[in-house]
Design a protein around this ligand. Structure first.
Ligand code: ASP
Ligand code: MG
Length: 413
């Protein structure tokens, strides 16, 4: 007996059959004696279709009207889920974000939740009704409809679980859980029984897109355990939770590769105070996110600086680099967008040594050159040639003992 939040993603409510299956799961949880709050995303590709439609009308739709438009996707889903529960003979009521008092700031299409007025939800739950809430949306102080950014239904679910002090937040999705690597790239990847908030935040930002990053930040802040599992089967999923001491026994929990960055080098910059500040001030002014930075030892009073930026910002960053080159009388500006960032993540790194050494020797054995290195307390990243990315990913995955055991290794005699 308890309070459980269940979130169903777009693929889990894509058509009538799946909506009925979701309703059966919800009712099962309810029949077990729990109070249930359900958060639903728009069906299948609905949000993408709505966005395409807007751009058929105009190249420059107002963000307020985009929110008015996009929020309709979730409104369809909640009504259908409520109907499916009624059809099974159980009480349910659907609400938009505004109706359940999800108040956000006014940054249309990327609003943040400010507070939630839980009165209405509490009243319905008390009377024994299953509450269905539209994910991804809220209203601002002037009652304009807002949305929380793509994938934002996760954040709605976690925020509701946090404020209602739910016992659990189930995230039903189209994958069985969280794996040690993307199973499409690493066929031997293993499903993790659990993973800490910090690890999943690193992996999500590395391109292992499982959940909306903001929702994990929220879950961490309010200590909401999240259980990610498939809506298509009953297999055990992955628990995302606060770290426990024994979780540090596992040195590396996951490996990931991202191909979203490009590298820029400005050569022969006069090696005097203030130059790095100057370069990165110009880049920050354009809102470009710099990830890794290295500066080599200076030779004859000049040093090279290399840094990475999102590929989508490469052109703009190069313009800035060229301008800086002229201003500082530096050497040439080089760039490479065919790079990949390979990372290993694990809270066990804090208490084990030799992790970086192992990663570097695997790459050496594979004859893959390391172009840049960066580390944090729980992550080591190497920039390598994009062409070797997937091979490197598999080699590192194997070296850290993450491959799943072959079950069917039958030795024939
Ligand atoms: N429907 C929204 C989207 O596709 C929100 C979500 O799915 O979480 O981005
Ligand atoms: Mg979605």
């Amino acid at each position: 007996m308890g309070l459980i939040v269940q979130k169903f993603g777009g693929t889990s409510v894509a058509n009538a059959e799946r909506i009925k299956a979701a309703a059966r799961r919800i009712v099962e949880t309810y029949k077990a004696g729990n109070k249930v709050i359900v958060v639903v995303s728009a069906r299948g590709q609905t949000t993408d279709e709505l966005i395409d439609l807007a751009y058929e009308i105009t190249e420059n739709p107002s963000t307020r009207e985009m929110d008015m438009l996009m929020s309709t996707g979730e409104q369809i889903s909640i009504a259908l889920v409520a109907m499916a529960i009624h059809a099974l003979g159980y009480p349910a009521v659907s609400f938009t974000g505004g109706q359940v008092g999800i108040v956000t700031d006014s940054y249309h299409t990327k609003a943040r939740i400010r507070n939630i007025n839980t009165q209405r939800i509490r009243k319905e739950l008390e009377s024994g009704t299953i509450v269905i809430v539209a994910g991804f949306q809220g209203i601002d102080a002037n009652e304009n409809i807002t949305t929380l950014g793509r994938g934002g239904s996760d954040t709605t679910a976690v925020a509701l679980a946090a404020i209602m002090k739910a016992d659990r937040c189930d995230i039903f999705t189209d994958v069985d859980g969280i794996y040690t690597a993307d199973p499409k790239k690493v066929p031997h990847a293993k499903k993790l029984a659990r993973i800490s908030y910090d690890e999943i935040l690193e992996l999500a930002s590395l391109g292992a897109q499982v959940m909306h990053s903001r929702s994990i930040e929220f879950a961490k802040k309010y200590d909401v355990p999240l259980y990610v599992r498939s809506s298509f089967n009953d297999k055990e999923g992955t628990l995302i939770c606060k770290e426990a001491e024994e979780m540090e026994d596992i040195v590396v929990s996951g490996v990931a590769v991202s191909k979203d960055d490009a590298k820029i080098t400005i050569r022969a910059i006069p090696d005097v105070p203030g130059q790095a500040a100057r370069i990165f001030h110009e880049i920050a002014k354009k809102n470009i996110n710099v990830d890794m930075i290295i500066q080599n030892a200076s030779i004859e009073g000049r040093a090279d600086v290399t840094f990475t930026v999102p590929r989508s910002d490469l052109k703009e960053a190069l313009n800035i680099a060229e301008k800086i080159k002229k201003d500082l009388l530096a050497g040439e500006v080089l760039h490479d967008s065919k790079i990949a960032k390979l990372s290993v993540v694990g809270i066990g790194m804090r208490s084990h040594c030799g992790v970086a050494e192992k990663m570097f020797s695997v790459l050496a054995d594979e004859k893959i050159n390391i172009q840049m290195i960066s580390t944090s307390e729980i992550k080591i990243s190497c920039v390598i040639d994009e062409a070797h990315a997937d091979r490197a990913l598999r080699a590192v995955h194997t070296a850290f003992g993450l491959d799943k055991a072959e079950k069917e290794e039958v030795i024939k005699v």
